[in-house]
Design a protein around this ligand. Structure first.
Ligand SMILES: [Zn+2]
Length: 171
């Protein structure tokens, strides 16, 4: 199993909506395993397939604290089926936007329906960090980054810095 390389913005592949998984076959399971390994290696609390250049509606997450045992979640073809009216603001980061953070307003709680790696239909009711993580990763499947929730000024500033950092790392 290999750690995959994570795309960083600006990259057109991060802006493309992903397509549904038609069949949970060995290829999809191998992708999920590699994504989990990549997320833990980064380390991060969530990773969506488009971030590793795969346009499928799949993401992995684990919001357990360092001292807790790992609790990996695998979400295939996820959909948010309920959102709370209550909104909360919190700072977010993203493995595809390294070293940049921003305050994002999102529903405080959500219910997400998805298939797990065995193909069973499941629902998660989430609040707090998990609710935020699930919504952030779901956004990735629609080509949306957390900076798309910020002002255009702030978004462009972050994208300019990332483009500059990339030019310097190539030089
Ligand atoms: Zn992200």
């Amino acid at each position: 199993m290999a750690v995959l390389s994570i795309l960083t913005a600006p990259d057109a592949r991060l802006k493309e909506p992903a397509r549904p998984v038609e069949r949970i076959d060995e290829r999809v399971l191998a992708l999920v395993d590699a994504m989990l390994e990549t997320m833990y290696d980064a380390p991060g609390i969530g990773l969506a397939a488009p971030q590793v250049g795969v346009g499928l509606r799949v993401f992995v997450a684990d919001v357990s604290a360092k001292e807790e045992p790992p609790s990996p979640l695998v979400l295939i073809n996820p959909a948010i089926v309920w959102r709370s009216e209550e909104l909360v603001v919190a700072e977010e980061g993203c493995l595809s936007l390294p070293e940049h953070y921003g305050e994002v307003t999102r529903p405080a709680e959500v219910v997400m329906r998805h298939r797990d790696r065995e193909g069973s239909l499941r629902e998660i009711r989430a609040a707090g960090l998990l609710a935020r993580c699930l919504q952030h990763e779901q956004d990735h499947l629609d080509g949306i980054l957390f900076i798309d929730h910020l002002s255009m000024l702030r978004r462009n500033m972050i994208l300019r810095k990332l483009a500059k950092a990339r030019r310097q790392s190539r030089a």
